[in-house]
Design a binder for this molecule. Structure first.
Ligand SMILES: NC(=O)c1ccc[n+]([C@@H]2O[C@H](COP(=O)([O-])OP(=O)(O)OC[C@H]3O[C@@H](n4cnc5c(N)ncnc54)[C@H](OP(=O)(O)O)[C@@H]3O)[C@@H](O)[C@H]2O)c1
Length: 357
């Protein structure tokens, strides 16, 4: 018990230190004056909401994406505006501008809807600097197809993540975030510039060994396989995008958040959900988690501080742990696996009416 309490206190102190390090009048003004914009999908709850609030406090315009619910759009925009206003009041004194946040209603079980939302965002916002992806669910259900025929959990944890990242590429490539030049493109450290971060299980999942025989998990579905497949495919799919010619400027990150006190598990049955809820106060808050995810990457980049390094090779994906530390890819992360998973991903998106290369 003593060790757990000590870990909780250390975690709290470290995240607070990151906050005071990166939230300053200069950083807020920089974000406002440079019109920095962040898309957060999964922004209605938990880690996504924590990240959206943190970015709003930092002066980013947040384009929040989440499931439609009555009154939700107004509520989310109000909350984000309140976060920006409180920062502006503390940091800037009088008449400091506040960004105009937006909400886009989207059910991420539909890849087509995710794609259309991205097109709507692109039509209004030619530049985007940060994309945070957190939509997810925790169930013990078996393979459960969406209307497009893919498993629900795999859709939230992988396919919709690639769909949004791929569709927003044109705006991410236009990012106004200061980006380092080609001389540094072979560095093993993250470059300054736009960030795409998928928050799921970077560095902590095992590879899904049946990916060639049963890519969609229709035959080998289990909670474990679905978790490993989603994590493994995030590594491979995002790494494919990171290594693709033309995308060098963008930093692609697959991170794991650690144990966070959120609504995670609300789809579980009563007994399992009660067990999760009893343990959750031991987890970190979504706000602290957001500090650990955005502090060492997005905010450190703006402040010119040391950025995460890749543990394997000097190209491609960054894998990050719950405190922003670098983590490794799995032993099955090969060029062949990457090409195979990407080809299958392209097929799945094509079936949903989305053309990607
Ligand atoms: N919490 C942890 O300890 C933990 C640990 C490891 C990994 N993770 C992963 O981190 C990610 C975020 O988890 P969390 O803890 O923040 O969970 P959470 O509080 O349950 O949030 C999940 C988010 O996903 C959204 N979502 C679910 N189904 C959706 C759909 N069909 N369309 C659009 N959005 C949908 C939810 O929207 P609604 O508000 O509409 O429900 C909510 O915003 C998940 O992928 C989770 O697996 C969490």
């Amino acid at each position: 018990m003593h060790t757990i309490i000590k870990a909780m206190v250390t975690s709290l102190l470290t995240s607070k230190a990151l906050r005071s390090k990166y939230l300053s009048p200069a950083s807020y003004h920089h974000a406002i004056n440079s019109n920095l914009k962040a898309v957060v999908i999964g922004a209605t709850s938990g880690i996504g909401q924590g990240c959206a609030h943190c970015l709003a406090e930092q002066g980013y315009t947040v384009l929040a994406i989440g499931r439609p619910r009555p009154g939700r759009a107004e509520q989310i925009v109000e909350e984000l505006t309140a976060k920006s206003k409180s920062s502006a009041a503390v940091l800037g004194g009088v008449e400091v501008p506040v960004p105009a946040h937006e909400f886009y209603a989207t059910d991420a079980f539909s890849l087509q809807q995710v794609h259309q939302t991205a097109q709507e965002i692109l039509s209004k916002h030619p530049t985007i600097d940060v994309l945070v992806i957190t939509q997810g669910m925790a169930t013990t259900q078996g393979f459960t197809p969406t209307k497009e025929g893919n498993d629900e959990k795999m859709t939230l944890h992988y396919f919709s993540r690639i769909a949004i990242a791929n569709a927003l590429l044109p705006a991410l490539l236009n990012s106004s975030a200061e980006s380092e030049q080609n001389s540094d493109s072979d560095s093993d450290r993250m470059k300054k510039g736009p960030v795409v971060m998928s928050i799921l299980s970077g560095g902590i999942h095992a590879p899904y060994e049946n990916y060639q025989q049963d890519f969609s998990l229709e035959k080998n579905y289990s909670v474990r396989n679905a978790a490993d497949a989603a994590g493994f495919y995030n590594d491979l799919g995002l790494d494919y995008m990171a290594c693709k010619k033309g995308n060098e400027k963008i930093n692609f990150v697959h991170s794991s958040p650690g144990f966070v006190n959120t609504n995670w598990g609300s789809e579980f049955g009563t007994v399992l959900r009660c067990m999760v809820r009893m343990m959750q106060p031991l987890g970190k808050s979504p706000g602290d988690c957001a500090e650990y995810m955005l502090g060492p990457t997005v905010f450190a980049s703006e402040a010119g501080h040391d950025l995460p390094e890749r543990l394997v090779g000097n190209k491609g994906l960054f894998v990050m742990g719950e405190k922003g530390q670098s983590k490794s890819l799995t032993k099955m992360h090969t060029d062949e696996a990457k090409a195979f998973v990407w080809e299958k991903t392209v097929e799945v998106l094509k079936k949903a009416g989305i053309d990607i290369e």
